[in-house]
Design a protein around this ligand. Sequence first.
Ligand code: FAD
Length: 236
Amino acid sequence: MTAPVHPTYSPVLLAARDEAPGVRTFRFASWPGFTFIPGQFLMFHFADDPKTWRAYSLCSAPAAAKEYFEVTVGMVGDFSARLGALQPGREGRLVVRGPFGKWTWNGEGHAVLVSGGTGLTPFRAMALLGKGKATLCCSAKTPDGLLYKNEYEGWRKNGAIVHERVTQPGSGMKDSIGEGRWTADAVLAAANDAAAVYYLCGPKQLVSEMKSGLQGLGVTPKNIRTENWGDYTDLF
Ligand SMILES: Cc1cc2nc3c(=O)[nH]c(=O)nc-3n(C[C@H](O)[C@H](O)[C@H](O)COP(=O)(O)OP(=O)(O)OC[C@H]3O[C@@H](n4cnc5c(N)ncnc54)[C@H](O)[C@@H]3O)c2cc1C
């Protein structure tokens, strides 16, 4: 049996904007029939370099998928730098396939969404669902690094609980639970719900430490769902 071949698309870049220092959001026109579940990602490559693929999480509202989709990307290496140089309306020779992934939340039950830095991107799609109960525990190294800051009030109006933290000491930022780097205790206090399911996204260190911390405090492994983007620490 041959493996299924996923169709590829070359979507038009409609707009690009700076989201935070070194982080850009790209809005592409959707292709006919495009839909996704929050948490899913697309695979991207440039037409002249088909072997270099990168995954980017869909971060826009699923309800808008008929028209457009967005990804937010940290400019951290060669591929993301090339993406960052794309100009809306110009031929970018970008090739996309997907959506992929079973690490999803479709608004059922209570999801507690823990992220560091750009790990917030799939959670934006979850917050924009406006369905179910979402508690966000996000963090960035500096106040400037917190993505989508001007949207948090809208997410709250949509029913989400949003806690934002800055991990660099001396920021003066404090939420109702505490301050600084998220610990498993603080996340449990924010969740305040024995039946919650925990979604962890971002660098390996945050994901693995939070996972073992939550398990150590009695959260069952089946209620912890992780998306590990790699071994880096610079943005959280
Ligand atoms: C399922 C999945 C979804 C992803 N979704 C996103 C997303 O929505 N937005 C996004 O920015 N990245 C996302 N990533 C990471 C992304 O696929 C690339 O790894 C990243 O863009 C680096 O590619 P590069 O070629 O630019 O740099 P590389 O040369 O491949 O990497 C340079 C360095 O940056 C580190 N790095 C990778 N990702 C990040 C990051 N986000 N922030 C800081 N350092 C990083 C790498 O570990 C490496 O040390 C996702 C990864 C996976 C597996």
